[in-house]
Design a protein around this ligand. Sequence first.
Ligand code: URA
Length: 197
Amino acid sequence: MNKQSQLERLQREITDKGICSELALNAKNLVMGDGNVDSNIVFIGEAPGKAEDEQGRPFVGASGRFLNEMLEAAGMVRSDVYITNIVKYRPPNNRDPSEEEKQEFWPYLMRQLEIINPTVVITLGRHSGKCFISDLLISRDHGHARIVKYHEHELLVVPLYHPAAALYNGSMRQTLIDDFLLAAQVAKTGSLPEPKI
Ligand code: URA
């Protein structure tokens, strides 16, 4: 079965099993993910917002426009990467997803990553980053690649600030772009960068 069909089957399983059924009740769409299923880069945000819920695609609102700019800085477009979220339904009034909601979706996110099998996972924002790196301090750790173990898998994770942070803070724009350029380099080599001396 090809990757697209496997992802569609996973999506059906999420609805059939009633994962986060309370969120599903208020959501217009299950926002599974978008982009190139063969990419070696997967971005992981937190949860869909209003625009994402309406269109059924992740990062299509204001944060998404900045994400596109980051990609452009690395000579990429959206179809070069795959983009998803930890929680795949919009929480009401854009509240933060709860621990329980993140935990309910976690095994499905892991299976999604197993199917896509990227070289690098780029988390967007501290909530998403903390799901992978429990002692994450985003101001210290942003842009630093880490190997994260999950069962028998090893994931190369680069935590980034959330693109929404750049919308209100000019200096954050450059930080995000620089961190993403580095993450794209890690994706190319598939290994941790040499430590700077
Ligand atoms: N913020 C996120 O974390 N995810 C989206 O899909 C949109 C905004």
